[in-house]
Design a protein around this ligand. Sequence first.
Ligand code: ADP
Length: 473
Amino acid sequence: MTIRIRLTLLFGLLVGSILMLFSVSVYYLYNQFREQEFQKRLVERAITTVRLRDDVGDIPAGDLPVLADEQITIYDQQGRVLFSLGKVSGRYPVTPSFLRHVSAGQTPYIRQGDRETIGVRYVSASKRVLVSVASAYDRYGFSKLERLRTILLFGWLLCLFIVAIAGYLFASDALRPVAELIDQANTISATNIHKRLHVGRQRDELADLAGTFNELLDRLEKAFVSQKSFVSHASHELRTPLTVMMGQIEVTRLQTRSTTDYETAFDALLDEVKNMIRLVNGLLELARANTGFPNLLPKYPVRLDELLWQAQSQLIHKKSDYQIDIDFDDLPNQEDDLVVMGDESLLQTAFLNLMENGCKYSPSHAVTVRLAFQPQQVQITVSDQGYGIPPQDLPNIFEPFYRSDSTMTVSGHGIGLALTKRIINIHQGTIDVESTLGQGTTFRVCLPNRVAADTSATSALVSTRDVTALPEH
Ligand code: ADP
């Protein structure tokens, strides 16, 4: 059901109920008023008749009933009928107790169907107590009441009809800006993702909604553009070594060469292939780190000191001139302080990248890794005394394929830091960098240790238990 129909129905229901309440109250109050009026008329008739009978001794023959179906009966104190006017029907509601009440000075009123009856006490000139009972049918009162009921019913139906139409128009008018927003949003697709919704000058909820939607589009556009540039960068990085290899093969094939020449050419080709494999591996790792949600990544306890030693030996095995020092600021209080929950191979890739960069971008090829322990986290700093990063490049170095112009002479593809940042982020850690041109660079990584991970897992468990412990309704 659309909001427009729902609003119309709600509006109709609300106004219809209020009008119904009003109509019922009017009808009820008018009925009470009619009843009181008619009682007064019955009392008047009862008294006039008994007084006439007492004064004149008899009712003149021409005195016809004034009220519809009128019956007036006069009784003495013993309940004997002294006089009766009108036709007495079998359902006449006067009982001895009714007469007793009247004799005692009360004015009892009875309504039986449409017939209403009232009794009055009258003391004659000769001090005789008489009871006069008047009973009749309020023809005019009831016909007016019926007319009122018809008017109220039709008036109510008419109002309901008008309210339904007015409600529908009102809801359509109120929802028109929403329909416009939907139309505008429907025109936005991948080909015109730069397009935005018109926010308007009014600062209302719909303007907020349009603003929020535009912010979402901003983020999507950014992701879209970076995705596009990622693909073009990746293709470019892959094409360059392939072009080089093709050139080398073509040049080698121009003439018959000596075995040594072929070996040299193959070595050069092998270097390019290794380079490509490194790039493809980096891209695969980046894709692996980017797929899925961090919470779905299986996490196991990883001892950071062991991980760093392994990374160190791997790197030295690859480049024997690299020098990596690992220092502990102070010893941890307990073994758990050294342990983080995560994916060992991903974490190793991250620290390998940082160590390799430190060695690669410093003439001494030396890097110092320092571990510091805090109650809930481990801090790892990787510092070198190398070329440093120009301040204008610092905000971009974590972007995929970004390479500083100052280090273009050193081989690389620009995906190591992007991958490292992503890995640290999916481990709920942070990474930041400080660098001074010509003096060196320090990368600082903070990772929550096992104690912190256990605490957050327990609190997540407690909150899940809280939810499941809620009573079912
Ligand atoms: P790559 O090293 O393959 O170029 P990275 O993503 O690891 O790619 O690094 C991106 C860029 O950041 C590098 O090209 C370099 O300019 C800069 N950089 C990273 N680490 C250092 C460092 N320790 N010293 C100086 N520059 C660095």
